[in-house]
Design a protein around this ligand. Sequence first.
Ligand SMILES: Nc1ncnc2c1ncn2[C@@H]1O[C@H](COP(=O)(O)OS(=O)(=O)O)[C@@H](OP(=O)(O)O)[C@H]1O
Length: 296
Amino acid sequence: MARLDVTEVFHGISFPGHLHTQDSLQFALKFPFQDTDILIVSYPKSGTTWMQEIVTLISSRGDPQFSKTVPNWARSPWLEQHYCAAVLEASSATPRVITTHLPYHLLCHALQGSKAKVIYVSRNPKDVVVSFYHFHKMANFLPEAGSFQEFLNRFLGGKLSFGSWFDHVKGWTSQLATVSNLLHITYEEMSLDLQGAINKVSSFLQCSLVEDELNNCVKHCSFNSMKDNNMVNYTLIDEGIIDHSKGAFMRRGKIGDWTNLFTEEQNQYFESVFNSEMQGCTLEFVWEERDKEETR
Ligand SMILES: Nc1ncnc2c1ncn2[C@@H]1O[C@H](COP(=O)(O)OS(=O)(=O)O)[C@@H](OP(=O)(O)O)[C@H]1O
């Protein structure tokens, strides 16, 4: 099957060509948000699909019917992808749940003055780059992954799809102090305490759950449950687009998987770029599973 590796460049950032067009990206930048909208925002591989599942299950009060019958991209479409307008038009769901990987500086005008609730999901960037690397090997619509060293250089240089991780995280989280309808939650929080994370999201969405509903959400959002749910594990996608023989979208789902791939030199290089890019930024990250104990 021919590779679908056309890349669109928009405002200096590359986007996977098969789902993004200049028109779809322009559409996103001028999107008329409604105050009731819920917008899930993340850099790729940060826990986007997980948050889509959490929001779906909170909205359905733990009932998995919707999440087991409708694919995540149809329940909460990506704003910048070409089918988004059609999906939103066809849906009568309230609130609308929309997803985006766009950086803050591209979406800030569309969001200005809006009361839409924004959930920003971040993940420690060493695990992000490893997850993204494995995904590039499976996804025929993305450029070749190359060696991990080459990939790491592209990640740290902001050359991968959706641009710089540093700009993304700093851009969105810089709004936390002034914007009340923005929630920041991390992949690691969800991993360390899924029930607590679901509670945090449900109270932000003003949709508090009773114990049974909460327990059902936790059950259906677990890694194993989502791994077996073909509405979120991307096995519905054609082999020509995602080569399932090369790996699984629901791959490991762990904190600290980077330790299995990074060399000592790569770690030092990463740390030097990270420290320079994140200078003055007070965000803290959980880098390894063993940090769990310290944060409890
Ligand atoms: N329930 C649950 N528990 C733990 N981990 C989970 C879960 N759901 C998704 N994941 C992991 O999230 C990674 C995919 O990230 P995204 O959904 O942001 O990818 S994408 O940007 O939408 O393509 C990818 O991470 P890696 O396993 O490290 O590759 C998924 O396995």
